[in-house]
Design a protein around this ligand. Structure first.
Ligand SMILES: [Fe+2]
Length: 276
């Protein structure tokens, strides 16, 4: 078994078709292309790319076509979950050739069991609603899935944030059923990372003793405005991603990376020691 496994988490691509800009400002497709180039050049290569929802902006089939065209150039395996901007049926067809594609069901849930860590994709979306939900039915599915590998380090992916971030307009559309999720996590302490998107920012907190991370967006970010009645605004802060590195002896560490071309790396030392 490999003693290290690295997941690159990207989120909230909001792909549009036919060169349209998101919110008439953001070229999300171009940003996604940059993200793919960046992922392909990472050294060492991540083992898996995990997309935590909002692959498209309006869930339209032509937007998924644009997504598929770009993801085809990714040289790494990938998995994805649904976000509130996705359409379950169109998302399913975009993932048709993926080995982890789950059988047809109401929810787009899946679990990957053959890797050193278990990775679970949980569908938190409520059709046509911006908020998410962890309902009783989903709790039953998750608890059954977690009970299959109680001793395996596990990563749970869901789109909606199961916490309050302080950003008022986003917290009004977070996950409903947080207490339910908390009780499930308490019963299954093998879940060592809960990965979400939706917030378009890197935010970390804890829930039931486990670490929760929301990933930055691959194009635009939600403004860090902590007023309850703050406006629903985004900014063009640098795009980013998270690397969740698991090591058999050290467990998980999470790294934040800005997506961009920052040139080569430089040495701290030369033949005389630390460069003065
Ligand atoms: Fe989003």
């Amino acid at each position: 078994m490999k003693d290290q496994f690295v997941i690159a988490q990207i989120s909230d691509l909001h792909i549009k078709a036919h060169s349209k800009l998101s919110y008439k400002k953001v070229d999300t497709l171009q940003a996604f292309k940059h993200c793919i180039t960046y992922l392909n050049e990472l050294t060492p290569r991540p083992d898996l790319v995990a997309i935590t929802g909002d692959l498209t902006d309006f869930g339209r089939s032509d937007e998924y076509d644009a997504f598929k065209e770009v993801i085809a150039s990714l040289k790494l395996p990938w998995v994805a979950i649904a976000g509130n901007h996705d359409d379950r049926t169109n998302l399913r067809s975009a993932c048709q050739d993926q080995p982890w594609l789950p059988p047809e069901s109401v929810f787009f849930n899946w679990s990957i069991d053959h890797l050193p860590i278990q990775i679970i994709g949980l569908d938190s979306t409520v059709p046509q609603k911006p908020w998410g939900e962890f309902c009783e039915k989903q709790q039953q599915w998750l608890e059954h899935t977690l009970s299959q590998h109680p001793n395996k380090p596990t990563v749970l992916m869901l789109h909606h944030h199961p916490f309050l971030s302080g950003i008022g307009h986003m917290d009004a559309q977070n996950l409903r059923g947080i207490t339910r999720l908390e009780s499930t996590l308490k019963k299954h302490p093998q879940v060592q990372r809960v990965l979400c998107g939706h917030l378009h920012r890197f935010i970390t907190t804890t829930l039931a003793g486990t670490t929760v991370c929301s990933a930055p967006g691959t194009s635009h970010q939600v403004a860090a405005d902590f007023r309850l009645d703050g406006p629903a605004h985004f900014s063009l802060e640098p795009a980013g991603m998270l690397l969740h590195r698991w090591h058999i002896a050290h467990g998980f560490t999470t790294h934040y990376l800005n997506i961009g071309n920052y040139g080569p790396t430089y040495p701290f030392y030369d033949a005389n020691g630390l460069i003065d």
